[in-house]
Design a protein around this ligand. Sequence first.
Ligand SMILES: Cc1cc2nc3c(=O)[nH]c(=O)nc-3n(C[C@H](O)[C@H](O)[C@H](O)COP(=O)(O)OP(=O)(O)OC[C@H]3O[C@@H](n4cnc5c(N)ncnc54)[C@H](O)[C@@H]3O)c2cc1C
Length: 377
Amino acid sequence: MDSSRTFDAIVVGLGSMGSATLYHLARRGQRVLGLEQFDVPNALGSSVGVNRIIRLAYAEHPDYVPLLVRAYELWRELETLSRERLLVITGGLDVGRENEETVRGSLLSCQVHHLVHELLDAGTVQRRFPGYQLPHEMVAVYQPDGGFLMSERCVVAHTVAALDLGAEIHGRERAISWSANGAGVRVTTESGTYEAGSLVVTAGPWVGELVAELAPLAIPERQVLLWTQPRRPEFFRTQAFPVFTMQAPEGRFYGFPVFGVPGFKIGKYHHRRQTVRLDAIDRACHLEDETVLREGLRRYFPDADGPTLAMKVCLFTNTSDEHFILDRHPDHPQVAIAAGFSGHGFKFCSVVGEIMADLVLEGATRHKIDPFRLARL
Ligand SMILES: Cc1cc2nc3c(=O)[nH]c(=O)nc-3n(C[C@H](O)[C@H](O)[C@H](O)COP(=O)(O)OP(=O)(O)OC[C@H]3O[C@@H](n4cnc5c(N)ncnc54)[C@H](O)[C@@H]3O)c2cc1C
């Protein structure tokens, strides 16, 4: 390898956000280098576990909806480019008590952005989607555009599309540090030094190792997913079962119909609230992990409460307000950062790639990213 090589832009971290960013930079004619510490793709970051929910009725804040509209558009474009089905529409339910955050937030986004939706009582949910057995005090916002992305395939599709456009990718090469180099940057890895006009850091849970200011602001947390064999498989097919997020007394669950791999998939936000040290991540799955998820399964989806098929560990990277960080570095405008996705970022990575390309090439973006500025934290 050359001891020092020059590119227009470098992207560090080729998980969900980095692969999308690499593609968007390459699409704009940039000579780009992507650096990934593990394999490309890998199962050690935040996009493992087959699929991820995408929903328009965004309970977290109505500001996310315009970004989602663009994200859907870009996902469809990527499907065309890759000739692969990446986005599966099932409809989505946001479930909880009517006065609680999930239902209120979802309704608010629907109202502000005039999204087609229905507010369903527990009985109606069960009649229409018999996999759900909700207590009478729960309601659900049904929004027909909800569904899921084949997340692991999306990372591959973005990566292949970037390679097809001439991007260079170095897997198994960890970036150790970077520094400003005049108006550009110099990145040092385990095996070389590279120079470029700009840098995008999309290092997921590891972001604090590359941008010290983010270490206390973007905190990695261990999560676990569970796949079970449904007792009534017909209730959990894609045509019969919309994806969901659910605010329950036991915590906030989310889940998917059976697709791609065997089993009904369920997870719980902030699972066992285990923040992790990156050099000591427990990647094994334990009985305690399963118990947390079985609790929701038994109570709300008893017909999916069959034998365990699989479990997987994955990482969230949380900010204190659980909103994203999409910004330029405070001291180095040639460096952009996408981080702190707090367990709900995947659906956005198509548009985040576009935003990162905007920030390093234009210095600004037409997308509204004020709520995601670093300074707020
Ligand atoms: C269990 C679980 C369920 C989720 N469910 C959903 C969902 O349903 N819907 C949704 O929208 N979102 C969901 N999310 C969140 C979503 O998956 C994440 O927000 C998103 O994947 C974050 O992507 P990222 O690119 O920031 O991180 P990652 O995908 O982890 O990528 C970071 C990459 O950077 C690399 N890297 C780090 N440091 C270096 C370095 N120094 N040098 C080189 N490479 C480096 C890493 O190896 C890694 O490959 C979920 C997350 C989890 C864990």
